[in-house]
Design a protein around this ligand. Sequence first.
Ligand code: ZN
Length: 127
Amino acid sequence: MALSGTSYLSGLWPPFSAAVRYLQAYCSYYNLEGSIVSGLRSNQEQTRLYAQGRTPYEVAHQVSKQGAGGSVTDAPAGSSAHNYGLAVDVEGRDQARIIALAAALGFGTVSWDPAHIEWPNWRALLG
Ligand SMILES: [Zn+2]
């Protein structure tokens, strides 16, 4: 498969998982190479990632760094689509083309994270 990492689809919201499989089929058709490297994250895992590249002060005050200074994510636990199984991250040779394809298919993307694909307007699902 051209977009590998199917193991990360377990734990995703089933409609989102199905949509990512659809994206995988498109990637195979267009011979795009990439890997899914993240899917569902627990709040504990999100907290660990959020702390990367931040000082304890910055963590406590939820300072947004948008990738600067080695930060990994600007989303504290519970505020990332990953915490709800509504996002995946894609890396690899054709990352930019895969993200552009995902956007064209209707997935949500974010300007500050070139790896990230999410269910569009996912916060509306939380109620
Ligand atoms: Zn992500």
